[in-house]
Every structure is written in C-alpha cells, then in structure tokens.
Design a protein around this ligand. Sequence first.
Ligand code: OAD
Length: 229
Amino acid sequence: MAKIVILTGAGISAESGIRTFRAEDGLWEEHRIEDVATPEGFAADPGLVHHFYNARRAAAAAAEPNAAHRALADLESDGRHAVLVVTQNVDDLHERGGSQNIIHMHGTLNGALCAACDHRWPAPAVMHRTDLCPACRAPATRPDIVWFSEMPYQMDEIWTALRAADLFVSIGTSGNVYPAAGFVQDAVRAGVPTLELNLDPSSGSRWFDEARHGPATEIVPAWVREMLA
Ligand code: OAD
C-alpha cells in the first residue's frame, strides 16, 4: 500500500475562516510572536497568552472543516493508501473532517498542559492564568501548544514516516518554520517524490518535484480525485 505523508499548515484551514499567520491580515501582523508564542512571553504575561489562545480556540470551535480537510479524509478512508497527516495547525478541523491518522506536531488548542509537572488534560473553552493543574495543583496551566524554541511533538515518528514514504505532500504552509519547513528537503534526500499544494509558491517551493498553486478547497480535492481515479 502506498504510504503518503501530508504536511499541512494554516492555509488548509483558511477557507474555513481560520486566520493564517503571515498573510497581510495574518495573526503575526497584530501580535508579536515573542509575546504570545514563546515560553518567555507566557512567563511575562500569562493572562495575555491565555487571551490569545482562548480567541483561537473560540474561532476553531466556530469553524467547520472544508472540502480540503474532507478530501484528505476520503483519501485515507478509501483504504488504498496509508495516509499520515502531520499538521502544524492547532485546530481540530482534520479530525472533524474525518481524518484518523493525525500528528499535531505544534500541539492542540483542545489540550491543557501543566508547566510545572507536564500533566495533560482536555482544555476548557476558556483558560485563565489562575487555573490549577488537576494533578499537582500548581497555578501553571498553559495551552498544550508548542511555542517557538520548544521541540515539536512526535518528531522521531514523523521523520521515520517521512523516510519510508512513497510520496510527501505539503499543503497550505509558507515554509518559514522549522523543522516542518525542512521536511521537503528530508524527503528529497530520502528519494521520496514531493508535491506542493499551496495558494502561492512557499519559501521551499523550488525543492518540490511538482507544485500546484490555488485555493486548497479546489486543488486538494482535485488532487485526491486523481489519486483515487
Ligand atoms: P503561514 O501563515 O506562515 O502560511 C500559510 C500559507 O498558506 C501561505 O503560504 C499561504 O499562501 C497559504 N494559503 C493561504 N490561504 C490558502 C488557501 N485558501 N489555500 C491554500 N493555501 C493557502 O502558516 P503556516 O505555514 O502554517 O507555529 O505557519 C507555520 C507555523 O508558524 C504555525 O504552525 C505557527 C506559526 O508561527 C507556531 O505558532 C509555533
């Protein structure tokens, strides 16, 4: 069975109404990464960081999966390909779109993590700086999101899958944040064919064997139709 590793980024959720990071109206135009997406920012002002992720959680809860999420689920459920979705997204639109084999390498808005004892539990809709860890009772509750300078989750598993893949596909990511931005080069080194599906050429576009550009809700279902034809 052909093994397909699919990396996704904010662009696949854009047409569901979730804001991307680096667009002109993106989140990083309004917020400083240092303030809301680093351990130092959280230590300096946990209330601000909770406020930022509470808003992201509310936006994700109000959004629905789109045709691109659903197409990836169809590719998996068809059963002819072994599909692994490695997402940088912290929303749950892949799950709600029907995908099953998913790695959230940058964490998830639906998770809470204790900064004191590493205990994890489901996040409430709204998190506060005064929330106590249910395990150790420390007031050190944080979103289970991987911040800049932190190690993304399940990297060994991802690299193993990438090296063993028959195809690597990158969807809706600008290719600015490592290690995800380097997956295409890892795939090339391992002799794995590569395909980019993105609105416009990403930073690493030249590394891909093939690149198709357009809105995810059009080009992802079209590609999946070809795979299942
Ligand atoms: P970016 O905002 O950097 O890039 C989004 C990409 O999606 C861009 O290349 C857009 O051209 C493309 N795009 C936008 N709309 C699209 C559409 N309708 N269809 C297809 N593509 C579209 O977001 P990411 O690459 O996901 O990490 O960002 C990577 C990481 O940087 C995030 O996980 C986050 C951020 O800082 C952390 O917060 C740790």
